[in-house]
Every structure is written in structure tokens, then in C-alpha cells.
Design a protein around this ligand. Structure first.
Ligand code: ACO
Length: 379
């Protein structure tokens, strides 16, 4: 075995072998199981994509219908989970509520039959089915309303928007939201996926795996950036303020939210699709006042930082889409979690298929042979 150099953040260190997704950052290519993201966004649905990611191939018509039916059947929450949510502070972040509820599922379904394909299937279905219901239920509970029950006649995306906004969504809005979920479903070994894999490698239950990934996604360096993009657009306030804002950030060596990526050195392919989706929504429901500011931001950042490979990432236009769909800003990251649950589950299953517990080494930098000083003698 060769010992590698220490790389903070494991940058560039392969930590797994995976056939789930692939990113070519120089050419702006993202593939799930070898299929380009543009094709999936146009032709697939989120649930079909989730099936592809988790089970490794596109389902037959029959398999897809059975999968969709199972998800629909398991959408409801146990009343105890809903009651648990009612005890949470309304001011708490929805990601914390989601993490707690995902972990709580393990109290109800704790049998760890990880070598039983039926158990794997049932756990994946339950998580995909119940996580959107949890996000919508917490939103209504914190507003002082009773959660809305899922509707069997609505698809995955439409049902989520219905449970959240308490009214049936426009079909275009539902389709666009479904594409957003597809775009966010998987992205190789990012921080939350790695966290899911480490947790999976201990052979704990899948609810703990997803809860651990939700906690990791919650951080502002990972899932939280799309919320900060909207706050930035609010602060800038007008197209004229864009250039001075960017110049000031560059001078202070501060990052501009929604731009730059560790892997992509061109415009993120998901940002290209999300921008088109935002435009479709604006055409039907009216232009967002922040869109002109966003366009000017992209133009100025490209002019000033494009030579460093800094272009819009997935978070730059997703917030504008979600705003137009009537989604509150602090639900952007929980929505990311709804979508990424598909990727986390795919990596959980792949980890179990060739498991070895993650146990890296460290370079010790502390002292040796120190005396134990009794409390009374310490300065
Ligand atoms: N604004 C201004 N300058 C930037 C930005 C940015 N958003 N991103 C990178 N740069 C500059 C850096 O200052 C650096 O310049 P230098 O070489 O003169 O020092 C150069 O581009 C390389 O950037 P790094 O910081 O080395 O790139 P890294 O791969 O470490 O960072 C990251 C990637 C963390 C995403 C960074 O671009 C960033 O903080 N962006 C803003 C936050 C954001 O949008 N996060 C969401 C990422 S996507 C996701 O997680 C779903």
C-alpha cells in the first residue's frame, strides 16, 4: 500500500469507486449512470431518475409504475412523527427538523436486514416517500396549521407543492419542480454523500445514514448557498449596484455566492438548465424583479472572474425558480435534501455491495509522554 500525502479536505484523493454518476468539470458534463443530465431533465421524471440511480438502470414501464405506486402508498407520516414536529420550536431551521424526523423513522423501522433486497427496497421507498411529507408538514406546523395529507391522485412533485402551499399547483410549475429534483438528485462524492457513505459503512440503519447526510448538507458551504444567493440579490437591490458590489467583493477577497465550484471550471450544466426553467416560469407567471440583477451579476462576474474558471453554479438560478414557485427561502436546502435522498440511497446501496468500514489514518501532531498533573497542582 502506498501512503499518500496529507491533503486537507481529502482534495483529489479517491475515497471510493462508483458507477453512479460522473462529472467532467472542464467540459461541463454531468451524467447519472452514463446518461447526460440534459437528457434526463428533458425526458425523465424525478422518480424514474431515482430508480435509475438506486437500481442502476432505467425501469421498465411495469417497474416504474410499481415503484411510483409504492412511493405513493408510503407518503403518509405516522401521527407520532407529526406530534413530535409539533414540539419543535417554530423558529428552528427546517433542516434540523428534517434531520430529527429522518432519524426518528429508525425508531419505527429499525430491523437491519441489510442483506435482504426487500428490506433495502422498502427502506429506500419509505425515505423517498416520507421526506417530502416531513418538509411540507413542518412548514405548515410552524405556521400554526395542521399538515395536509398527501393526495394519491398527484405525482411526486405536484403532491409536494400541494402539501406545501395547500393548493393544487399549476402543471407547468409541478413539471419544473420535478426537473429541479432531477437536477439535484446526485453529484458524485460531495460532503453529504461522503457522510452518508461513512455512516453506511458501519452497517447502521438507512434512516441514520440519511439523517447524517441531512446534517452535513445543512452547512452554508454545501447546501446552504442557494439561500444566500437570494439574500445577496436582495442586498444588491438594483442593476446599477451590481458592478460596485462585485468590485467591492473582489477587493475584499470575499466569495460571491452561487459562483465557483471545486470541480466545474465552466458554467455548471445544471445552472444552464435552471436558468431556462426560470425563464419558462417568468413567461407564464411574470418576471421576477431579481432576474435582471442576476443577469447583470452573471455578466460582470464572468467578465471579472471567468479567467479563473468562476461561473454560475447550481445554486445561482435555483433560488429564482423556487421563489417563483412560492417556496420560502429557508426551505431551499430541505428541497435539496428531498432530491439528494435519491443519490444518498444509491451510494448507501453501493456501499453495502462492497463494504469496508471507513477508517482513514491521521498524522498525529500532538506531544508524547506528558505527565498527568493533579488538579490541585495545575496553574
Ligand atoms: N467568488 C469570488 N471568487 C471566487 C469564487 C466566488 N464565488 N469562487 C472561486 N473564486 C476564486 C477564488 O478566490 C480563487 O482565486 P485566487 O486563485 O485568486 O485565490 C479562485 O477563484 C479559485 O477558487 P477556490 O476558492 O480555490 O475554489 P474552491 O474549489 O476551493 O471553491 C467553492 C469552490 C467553495 C464552491 C467556492 O467557489 C465558493 O465558495 N463559492 C461560493 C459559495 C457557493 O456558491 N457554494 C455552492 C457550491 S455548489 C454546491 O455545493 C451545491
Amino acid at each position: 500500500m502506498t501512503v499518500c500525502d496529507y491533503r486537507p479536505g481529502l482534495e483529489g484523493v479517491p475515497a471510493t469507486q462508483s458507477s453512479i454518476s460522473h462529472v467532467d468539470g472542464q467540459n461541463g458534463i454531468l451524467e447519472y449512470r452514463g446518461i447526460r443530465i440534459e437528457e434526463l431533465a428533458q425526458k425523465s421524471s424525478f422518480l424514474e431518475t431515482a430508480y435509475l440511480l438506486i437500481w442502476g438502470g432505467l425501469p421498465t414501464k411495469q417497474e416504474l409504475e410499481a415503484f411510483e405506486h409504492e412511493i405513493q402508498f408510503h407518503r403518509r407520516l405516522k401521527f407520532r412523527i407529526r406530534d413530535m414536529m409539533k414540539c419543535f420550536p417554530e423558529s428552528g431551521h427546517p433542516m434540523d427538523a428534517l434531520q430529527a424526523c429522518a432519524a426518528a423513522l429508525g425508531l419505527f423501522y429499525s430491523r437491519r436486514a441489510l442483506d435482504d433486497p426487500a428490506y433495502i427496497q422498502a427502506a429506500a421507498v419509505r425515505l423517498l416517500a416520507k421526506i417530502p411529507t416531513m418538509v411540507a408538514a413542518f412548514q405548515l406546523i410552524r405556521k400554526g396549521n395542521d399538515p395536509v395529507q398527501p393526495r394519491d391522485d398527484l405525482g411526486y412533485a405536484a403532491n409536494f407543492l400541494y402539501m406545501l402551499n395547500e393548493r393544487e399547483p399549476d402543471p407547468l410549475a409541478a413539471r419544473i419542480f420535478d426537473i429541479c429534483l432531477t437536477l439535484h438528485a446526485e453529484h458524485t462524492i460531495n460532503a453529504s454523500t461522503f457522510s452518508a457513505m461513512v455512516t453506511a459503512s458501519t452497517l447502521t440503519d438507512p434512516y441514520a445514514v440519511v439523517a447524517s447526510a441531512v446534517g452535513t448538507l445543512a452547512g452554508p458551504l454545501h447546501g446552504g448557498a442557494n439561500e444566500e444567493v437570494i439574500e445577496m440579490l436582495e442586498r444588491i437591490g438594483s442593476v446599477e449596484n451590481v458592478r460596485p458590489y462585485i468590485e467591492d467583493r473582489i477587493q475584499r477577497k470575499a466569495k460571491i455566492m452561487g459562483f465557483g465550484h471545486r470541480v466545474y471550471k465552466v458554467k455548471d450544466p445544471r445552472a444552464i438548465i435552471l436558468q431556462r426553467l426560470a425563464e419558462q416560469l417568468f413567461e407564464k407567471f411574470g418576471r421576477d424583479e431579481y432576474y435582471d440583477i442576476a443577469l447583470e451579476l452573471e455578466a460582470v462576474v464572468t467578465e471579472r472572474l471567468g479567467s479563473k474558471g468562476v461561473y454560475p453554479n447550481v445554486d445561482f438560478y435555483s433560488g429564482l425558480v423556487y421563489r417563483k414557485l412560492g417556496i420560502p427561502t429557508d426551505l431551499f436546502t430541505p428541497i435539496f435534501a428531498i432530491a439528494r435522498t435519491a443519490g444518498w440511497l444509491a451510494h448507501w446501496k453501493e456501499q453495502l455491495e462492497a463494504n469496508r468500514i471507513f477508517r482513514p489514518t491521521q498524522i498525529y501532531s500532538g506531544p508524547h509522554d506528558q505527565p498527568y498533573v493533579p488538579l490541585a497542582e495545575r496553574p
